[in-house]
Design a protein around this ligand. Sequence first.
Ligand code: AKG
Length: 436
Amino acid sequence: EAKHPGEKEYLQAVHEVLESVQEVYNQHPQFAKAKIIERIVEPDRIHTFRVDWVDDKGEVQSNLGYRVQFNAAIGPYKGGIRFHKAVNPSMLKFLGFEQTFKNALTTLPMGGAKGGSDFDPTGKSDAEIMRFCQAFMLELWKYIGPDTDVPAGDVGVGGREIGYMYGMYKKLAHEYNTGVLTGKGINWGGSLIRPEATGYGALYFVDHMLKKLGKDLKGQRVVVSGFGNVAWGASQKATQLGAKVIGLSGPDGCVEVPNGMTHEMIDYLLELRASNRNIVAPFAEKFAKESKFTAGKKAWTIPCDIALPCAFQNELDGDDAQMLIKNGVKLVAEVSNMGCTPEAIKAFQDAKLPFAPGKAVNAGGVATSGLEMTQNAAHLAWRAEEVDAKLHQIMESIHNACLKYGQEDGYINYVKGANIAGFMKVAHAMLDQGVV
Ligand code: AKG
């Protein structure tokens, strides 16, 4: 902690993993000998750069850009790019650290990385977004490559931004047409199911959690936070599997949909997100008869069976957890990265509620990025059913990995299970490759 003053999110993520792996670490003296802990918690390197661009008024803007290359022990660096005004090294280090273990859980050979900028997309025009993405890539391209580091989208970076960045990369790299980014458009190297994969994978995981309890999704009341790509995919699959999505939220408040979202409503989420206004109130204006907006309230105030944080880190705190428990929640799964604070996780675990962490639940997104890399390398495209079937298998094996390491007297501690499973794979890869 003395080494990283003020890096709150990063220290939070590291603490959680170290607590989970303490026991197995002590059982493997070779880890201590090779100083695995000291090495695994630090990124391999961080690239920092300035991103200068000109806005629609002709004024010069300057942002900071980063690529945190965290760990490449099991494969090329892989992880998203986040554009959000609060982006800083602590946030990207926590995300890169989490990504390292998440990618290990996917069963695919991918190392961990994360990048981004403090650029705020809210209220920006399409032309501004394009100029910023191009300026960002003008620096980033030096550090990435299809077999070294493969970025993708994250908060504030979707298909449009990936397109603008990929276009610029190709110009800079002498039209080198490789899959250097994932989340590409379907007509230019993207994979079917990648847009849906984070949300779909999360629901496949939740389905396995429920099966363990002898239950399924039919009739369950689900609440999501956010209204981006992840909340969209999760809502779609939850509805397909028979659940009702009865609430969602944005920075401005929450929307209740007592009869559950229809497919029309779910698809409207993408339109709302693309408007770049970052508010959810227009949802309730558009679907005035079927929904109700409450300003300033979080989604977690809505009584539900299943709570799915789908927006941002630490978006569900200890008080929110108590409220959910009081209202009878039966299962909580983080679809956002580190969506719950440590106090919230403790409250769920103390109540013996099934709770699963983002690095397991949302790994379907990056796993499908891995499948996009495979298709690009082979110069072919798989059918949607093939990709979906592989996603299914991967989520099942992540669930099995959590079971293997997370059993605690009848309670499945998914946090511990996911952390140990991811850690063991990366730690052994580091041991095998020596001190480099
Ligand atoms: C995440 O899993 O949080 C990502 O950023 C995934 C990005 C990717 O598909 O590489």
